[in-house]
Design a protein around this ligand. Structure first.
Ligand code: ASP
Ligand code: CP
Length: 326
């Protein structure tokens, strides 16, 4: 894998291999020194042109835990403010000698465009409504951890499908891993044409909840939608929110998921967000090893042909050498 721009960039085997690799890296996280030298000497730039808490922080941690050097590029305080173009910005950063650039941008297609302006590997951290592939990978990882695999699982994706890059990436990833995806949304928040989408549509959340393995709630993308698509948050919650009452219809072993940030009291009630079936914080935790797996896959030596990196140095630090003790 040269770049990760969308879930479609991953072949069938690669999708499984990234998740397996993330499993290996998640073991690294539990070590006293959660660091491996896999990307020592490599430089990763985090270029976020749109706000982020989880994705940016976890890419930063992921790169550092692989021993890469990390540069955080802040769009707001950069020379973009003086009118420099995106292309000149990328070419300028690239000229300093970087290996990977992780990009978030409000416009669909920007990460793809950046591949033609740099030799570095480009990883999409969310572009417009288009794709958020590492979110889908960490979500698939979370479901796989819980149920063993996604094959045959029934997953409801509920909420603002139309403006959601998470929905698009998750539909691709979940269905390719064998899950059945049901979309639950008001007509105004569904794409007008679902031709070719491998999904079912069900308008009634109450009809779906009792027999899903996963109920996945999407944030209302207020920053991306025109006015008048929703009557009010209160009415939205009444029909499409996971209220305390509705959550009672879900099976005890089902999962409640949300990519974050949550609008508590709109997509999910505050109590439900903290329900034992909610794995929202597990999703965040899994973001780090999954992003380690993605960075290693685009930058590691031999990429997928390589065995996961064994950290001799960390081991050496943990296991005193002969003659060092006493
Ligand atoms: N944080 C996710 C994204 O950037 C989901 C969201 O913001 O609703 O797409
Ligand atoms: N889920 C997600 O992408 O969160 P951030 O927008 O905080 O990065």
């Amino acid at each position: 894998m040269r770049h990760l721009l969308s879930i479609a960039d991953l072949g069938a085997d690669e999708l499984h291999r990234v998740l397996d690799l993330a499993e290996e890296f998640s073991e690294v996280q539990s070590r006293d020194v959660p660091k491996v030298p896999a990307l020592r000497g490599r430089t990763v730039v985090l270029a976020f042109f749109e706000d982020s808490t989880r994705t940016r922080t976890s890419f930063d941690l992921a790169a550092r835990r692989l021993s890469a050097d990390v540069v955080n590029f802040s769009a707001g305080s950069s020379s973009l403010a003086k009118g420099e173009s995106l292309r000149d910005t990328v070419e300028t950063i690239s000229a300093m000698g970087i290996d990977a650039i992780v990009v978030r941008h409000g416009s669909s297609g920007v990460p793809q465009q950046i591949t033609s302006w740099t030799d570095a590997a480009v990883v999409n951290a969310g572009d417009g409504w288009h794709q958020h592939p590492t979110q889908a990978l960490l979500d698939a990882f979370t479901i796989r951890r819980h149920f063993g695999d996604l094959d045959g699982r029934r997953i409801a994706l509920c909420g603002d499908i139309q403006h959601s890059r998470v929905a698009r990436s998750n539909i691709d990833a979940f269905t390719r891993l064998g899950a059945e995806v049901v979309l639950v949304a008001p007509r105004t928040l569904l794409p007008p044409d679902l031709e070719g989408w491998p999904v079912k549509v069900e308008p009634d959340l109450d009809a779906v909840l009792p027999d899903v393995d996963v109920a996945y709630f999407l944030r209302i993308q207020n920053e991306r939608m025109g006015r008048g698509l929703l009557p009010s948050n209160r009415e939205y919650r009444a029909s499409y929110g996971l209220t305390v009452e509705r959550a009672k219809q879900m099976r005890p072993d089902a999962l409640i998921m949300h990519p974050g940030p949550m609008n508590r009291g709109v997509e999910v009630d505050p109590e439900v967000a903290d329900d034992p079936r909610s794995v929202v914080l597990d999703q965040v935790t899994h973001g780090v090893p999954v992003r380690m797996a993605v960075l290693f896959s685009v930058l590691g030596p031999g990429q997928f042909d390589q065995e996961p990196p064994v950290d001799q140095e960390t081991k050496a630090r943990q296991e005193p050498q002969a003659g060092e003790e006493g």
